[in-house]
Design a protein around this ligand. Structure first.
Ligand SMILES: Cc1cc2nc3c(=O)[nH]c(=O)nc-3n(C[C@H](O)[C@H](O)[C@H](O)COP(=O)(O)OP(=O)(O)OC[C@H]3O[C@@H](n4cnc5c(N)ncnc54)[C@H](O)[C@@H]3O)c2cc1C
Length: 299
């Protein structure tokens, strides 16, 4: 398994800023994440030090080069899950393998695609779940659906087979984007992938059925939402991180309630701006450096 000291999840301003501090302090730093939204052809006019407008693309490229100069390694790879081992280290399951780290900074920004099910909220906690690791156990041998079209949905569906063989993926009308390897693993696990949409849920006191866009009903006791990619919120559910609505709860030093896990930037809410993300990333980097040093001493 790949080993690092600090794993940063997110390659936006918060993650890159944290990486610059940590790598510059001699901490082995790995960043997983792809180009953030702002790295497109957008004009940034309010970031300190750039008298002339700079494009989001150029700003992020500069940040990446700077973090690389200090030794941070980075690649465009999605993290699908994160858990803590008994020895206190963290293991991230990414698209191409696992990474073990002594500290983790969540800098995953905000984006949570909703599946567009009309009465989803009515069944949250009564069938609708966002976390297989947390709730899969409650659906042993029962029929369940996973809403999503990508690798994250495939991964969640495969994880569900630890609890039940009766798993179906519904892509919410989108073309599946999971890799051929994942498609093969789904086929082997007998998990159908339906290119339809769940539009409504039914059930007296808890979910019993999903109604599809063509009017057919699918018997299912659970709907696991796995649209888009894993977000901070998904990691929060698995790790038991305290949340503040859709954001991760972090103190003024960017510490979460789990020692060794820090959160910075848009994923903690507050003022969703580059300057704030960069500042919080710096603080998270500093806190993570201290944690890594303490772990080195204890080893
Ligand atoms: C179009 C647009 C224009 C903007 N203009 C401005 C502006 O002019 N000025 C300003 O101050 N702010 C602007 N913002 C807001 C600003 O971009 C954000 O506040 C800032 O980017 C937040 O930084 P972040 O690092 O917290 O998150 P993001 O920049 O959103 O980066 C999140 C990172 O997390 C990664 N990620 C997410 N999930 C996973 C996962 N499961 N595994 C691995 N990686 C993951 C993503 O790939 C990405 O690299 C703009 C935003 C947008 C979208």
């Amino acid at each position: 398994m790949e080993q690092t000291e600090l794993l940063i999840i997110g390659q936006g301003p918060a993650g890159l800023s944290a990486a610059i501090y940590a790598a510059r302090a001699g901490v082995r730093t790995t960043i997983l994440g792809c180009a953030p939204k702002v790295a497109g052809d957008y004009d940034i006019d309010n970031y300190f030090g750039f008298e002339e407008t700079i494009s989001g693309h150029e700003l992020i490229e500069r940040g990446k080069r700077q973090a690389t100069r200090f030794g941070a390694s980075m690649r465009c790879e999605r993290v699908l899950g994160l858990h803590q081992d008994e020895d206190g280290s963290f293991v991230a399951t990414a698209e191409h393998g696992e990474v073990r780290a002594q500290a983790v900074i969540l800098a995953t920004g905000v984006s949570r695609a909703r599946p567009g099910v009309s009465n989803l909220a009515d069944y949250e906690g009564k069938g609708v779940s966002y976390c297989v690791s947390c709730d899969g156990f409650f659906y042993r041998n029962r029929p369940v659906l996973v809403a999503g079209q990508g690798t994250f949905a495939a991964n969640q569906a495969l994880e569900l087979t630890n609890y039940t063989p009766r798993v179906t993926i519904v892509t919410q009308g989108k073309a599946p984007t999971m890799s051929a390897d994942y498609r093969a693993r789904l086929a082997e696990a007998n998990i159908p992938v339906l290119e339809r949409s769940v539009v409504r849920l039914e059930g007296a006191t808890a979910m019993e059925r999903a109604v599809l866009d063509d009017g057919t009903g699918l018997d299912a006791d659970g709907l696991f939402v796995a649209m888009g990619e894993a977000s901070s919120l998904d990691f929060a559910y698995t790790l038991g991180l305290e949340r503040n609505g859709v954001f991760i709860q972090a103190d003024s030093e960017q510490r979460t309630n789990i020692p060794g896990v820090y959160a910075a930037g848009d994923c903690v809410g507050r003022f969703l701006q580059i300057a704030v993300a960069v500042g919080e990333g710096a603080k998270a980097g500093r806190a993570a450096i201290e944690h890594v040093k303490a772990r080195r001493k204890a080893a």
